[in-house]
Design a protein around this ligand. Structure first.
Ligand SMILES: C[S@@+](CC[C@H](N)C(=O)[O-])C[C@H]1O[C@@H](n2cnc3c(N)ncnc32)[C@H](O)[C@@H]1O
Length: 239
């Protein structure tokens, strides 16, 4: 199993730059709208963690930070929304509108963020990016930037525990996604190819929890959503 399940390298293929304007539509198409429930849930988990400074990595079009902000409790709280793609961040800024004043937008690679000082954030969230980046490097950066006791929250593709159902889900994705993806992207195959490989080759929820623990985190907890199509992992940096 490789550390980058999808074999994606943004330097080689700027797929998110190309599809930025259609990204939110694609999420609806690929997940039949269910991603909204997952994001609502992870935003609640993030909002309820104790933090003053939140870094949301690979923030994309800002969906998660907008949802976190809408939970309120924002007095005394700072949010940094980062992404490797300039076009995705530009959409995040536009979507945030007046709320953009509460959010620092930064162009950052989750695998190496020298712009973020050691132990400088209280909570770090990553949604739907772990399958398309080098997990080992991203987790090493997570433990570096979090202060001792800081919280890591990750929403990512996972596995349905009933193997037959999981295989049926993968078969459905293999068959339907190219058709839906081709229509929604106007023939840009990258978007769904990475997604398919990423979902297929991502570790199980338990194996990913072990990877998080091996990266130095403790109190790793996981919650499966939609039978395990995705999972939320929460962990704490020791100290
Ligand atoms: C599937 S989208 C998820 C966006 C957002 N987190 C959400 O849940 O709506 C993946 C995002 O990760 C970004 N990305 C990919 N590789 C990255 C990396 N190495 N560092 C930071 N962002 C990355 C892409 O530009 C894209 O915006």
């Amino acid at each position: 199993m490789t550390a980058n399940a999808a074999g994606f390298a943004s330097q080689a293929d700027d797929v998110f730059g190309r599809i930025a304007g259609r990204y939110d539509l694609l999420c609806d198409v690929f997940s039949l709208g269910i991603h909204r429930l997952w994001k609502r849930r992870v935003a609640r988990v993030i909002a309820n963690e104790p933090w003053s400074v939140l870094l949301d990595g690979a923030s994309g079009t800002g969906d998660i930070v907008m949802r976190v902000i809408s939970h309120g409790q924002m007095a005394e709280r700072t949010v940094i929304a980062a992404d490797i793609s300039g076009p995705m961040l530009a959409i995040a800024e536009r979507r945030l509108g007046p709320k953009a004043a509460r959010v620092r937008l930064l162009r950052l690679d989750a695998e190496a963020m020298p712009e973020i000082a050691d132990a400088s954030v209280d909570a770090y969230s990553l949604s739907l990016v772990m399958k398309i980046c080098d997990r080992k490097r991203a987790l090493a950066e997570a433990i570096r930037v979090l202060r001792p006791g800081g919280r890591l929250v990750i929403l990512e593709a996972s596995n349905i525990r009933w193997r037959t159902l999981h295989r049926a889900y993968l078969a459905y994705m293999r068959l339907c996604m190219p058709v839906l993806g081709w229509l929604a992207t106007g023939g840009d195959a990258s978007a769904y190819r990475y997604l398919l490989h990423g979902i297929r080759d991502f570790p199980t929820a338990e194996a990913f929890a072990d990877e998080i623990a091996s990266s130095g985190f403790e109190d790793v907890a996981l919650e499966r959503l939609s039978f395990g199509i995705v999972a939320i992992h929460v962990a704490r940096k020791p100290g």
